[in-house]
Design a protein around this ligand. Structure first.
Ligand SMILES: [Zn+2]
Length: 311
């Protein structure tokens, strides 16, 4: 288990090192966690190259193989999950010591109920006073989404799925969902598309990416607001070499203000019930490697603003 990534570490002589300025051999070995006695190792910065416009991932320290943080160290995943569960309104349940379970069905039901409510409100059949009676459900949704986002941010701070999988099981309608079918980081957005388009039951998943263009009031309709993630590099169709496969990830919101505070290049996690509409094929407009493109899409309509969270 490599655990949560750390920005700082102490060497044997008590000198504090920042991961950004550290290089192998510096200081007196071994390096220790900032908050406990666990031995840590340095990981160099690297380039994230799944986009046309690659970006640098910062250096960090992580636990040595088979190491563990002290029982009260805040870099221990188990400690973080225990804290999270205590304020999760029952979304994260304790199964046994250091082992928890998140009930995805509860989030799904709240998301669907809120989506229905938004639609009814939109139809104008309800007066504002009756709409108010739905507020408790919406509060519960917000608290569930906040819990899920905290779990997801914790996952994003870890090195790999296994770090969190060990302590937190995901359950949907009685079945265990693997973390790799729930959390999709930058490079795995296409796998998220595959999961959504092949899945017979709809459960919420998380897609991590970089904010691209935001358009408010599409077609002059104030209720049509869209945020696109920066696109992954186009990949070659394995069955047809002149066909390129692209993926557009779009998030729709009925309120333009739900995208406030987000700007291009922000790193975000978007959590909810996604749809994968049937892809359209287009002809290339410029001469290049590909003559045609299959344009895959993943779309989500926000029920609450907090479904998008900055990492
Ligand atoms: Zn520690």
């Amino acid at each position: 288990m490599a655990g949560i990534k750390m920005t700082h570490a102490f060497d044997k002589k008590g000198v504090k090192w920042a991961a950004d300025n550290y290089a192998k051999g510096m200081g007196t070995a071994p390096l220790k966690c900032e908050r406990c006695d666990a031995t840590v190792i340095h990981v160099n910065s690297f380039t994230r190259d799944c986009y046309d416009n690659p970006s640098k991932v910062r250096a960090f320290f992580r636990l040595q193989a088979n190491g563990a943080h002290g029982p009260n160290c805040r870099f221990g995943v188990d400690k973080q999950i225990v804290e999270l569960a205590s304020t999760s309104e029952g979304l994260v349940e304790s199964v046994q010591k250091n082992r928890f379970r998140m009930r995805l069905i509860a989030v799904t039901e709240e998301l669907k109920a809120t989506a229905r409510r938004l639609k009814e409100d939109d139809g104008g059949e309800r007066t504002p006073t009756t709409s108010k009676s739905y507020t408790p459900s919406s509060n519960r949704l917000s608290s569930y989404i906040n819990t899920a986002q905290r779990v997801l941010r914790l996952r994003a701070m870890c090195d790999e799925d296994a770090d969190i999988e060990e302590h937190l099981e995901l359950v949907f309608a009685g079945n265990t969902v693997g973390w790799n079918q729930f959390y999709f980081d930058h490079a795995r957005q296409m796998e998220a598309h595959y999961a959504v388009s092949k899945s017979s039951t709809q459960y919420p998943i998380a897609v991590q990416g970089r904010v691209g263009k935001i358009k408010r009031g599409v077609k002059d309709d104030p209720k049509l607001n869209v945020l696109n993630l920066e696109r992954l590099r186009v990949t070659q169709d394995p069955n047809e070499t002149t066909n390129g496969i692209s993926l557009e990830v779009s998030v729709w919101a009925i309120k333009a203000s739900w995208f406030d505070g987000l700007t291009e290049n922000d790193e975000v996690i978007i959590f909810g019930l996604w749809k994968a509409p049937t892809p359209a094929q287009t002809k290339a407009t410029k001469e290049g490697l590909f003559k045609t493109f299959t344009n895959r899409r993943l779309t989500l309509t926000l029920a609450v603003k907090s479904q998008i969270a900055k990492v």
